[in-house]
Design a protein around this ligand. Sequence first.
Ligand SMILES: *Cc1c(COP(=O)(O)O)cnc(C)c1O
Length: 368
Amino acid sequence: MAEASVKNKRVISDKYRASYEDDQPALAAALASGLSGTSDIVTEYEAALRACFSNRNAIAISSGGAAITVALAAVGVKAGDEVVLTPTCPLCTVYPIMDMGAKPVFVDTRPDSFSVDLEDLARVITKKTRAIIEIPMWGMPTEVDELQQAARKAGIPLILDLAHSHGSTLHGRSLSAYGDLSCFSTHERKPLATGEGGFILTDNDDLARRCRDYSRFGNLNGRDFGLNFKLGGLAAALGKNRLKYLARQLEGRRENAERFLSQLTHPSVREFTRLTGARTNYYFLTLRTSFADNRRFIDYLDEHGIPSDIKRYGCRCLYEFPAVEQFRRPCPNGERLLNTMTTIPVHPALSGEDIDYMVGVVNAYQER
Ligand SMILES: *Cc1c(COP(=O)(O)O)cnc(C)c1O
């Protein structure tokens, strides 16, 4: 039976392009009313973001990468400072640190989660540490509650890069409840999509003001330095319109993930360890594997039309990339995590047959 499903090869797309019938009226209304980053539609979008994620403040930003830059500036990161982060994230998170002339300091992950290992954190913190960044990958909640406590104890601001994690929760609260500043991307591939775009959420009014000021050229007062990272009105109109469909979209992802997992029988493949009290948005379904050669498994999936983010982005610890290798600090847990997993697309445009096909291909894999 598995043989048959493998024979009828499908090509699965990992690109989900949401489109809603009221997108165009929402864009038309914005066109008629004003498009700058300080127009009313941006203010309305920020109000909708606050309500959706239950944070006191939302600042719309031109991209997820820019949101990291603005968050670093808001907590006072300057050239020569150190910023601690796990190395298991995309280059998008480390380049803004390097751009500020700050030094990225890699901290290992936990053995079974992308969260910062707290013992290793104690080893890397110095007097120069100005921020800690946690990056929950593929929407899976990490131990942000424990990290929040550790960061507070150390007196260091915690920035969460939640570019994958719209709608993921821990103990019933958005992950953004646990960061001093939480950065999101709304790039076309992300669960909330505005083409390009991003936003920052925070319950700290002072940090919110700093983010807003920095992203608006310091309000051009000639005293406070800043740059322009405002989100334009068209993207804000799209974001505001699409936010109301986010929960429904995540429900579709959850149904697909559950359908996949209910049929998964391969002895060397299982779902990533789920944290108690955590609810993932299933930006991707992540699978943990125990093969001698994980690359071969991922190549096999690829040959059968099933894409993996691990292959697409050549995922490896950031210090393995030439542009970052000067900051190398080996993180064995992080390396092992990326070498014993893959991602499976479960977005709502996939059919039940697509899901059944993918799990059939996985179950039929024979390691030779
Ligand atoms: C996509 C992404 C970013 C960058 O967001 P952009 O909107 O593309 O600038 C940052 N961090 C992570 C983890 C991402 O996945």
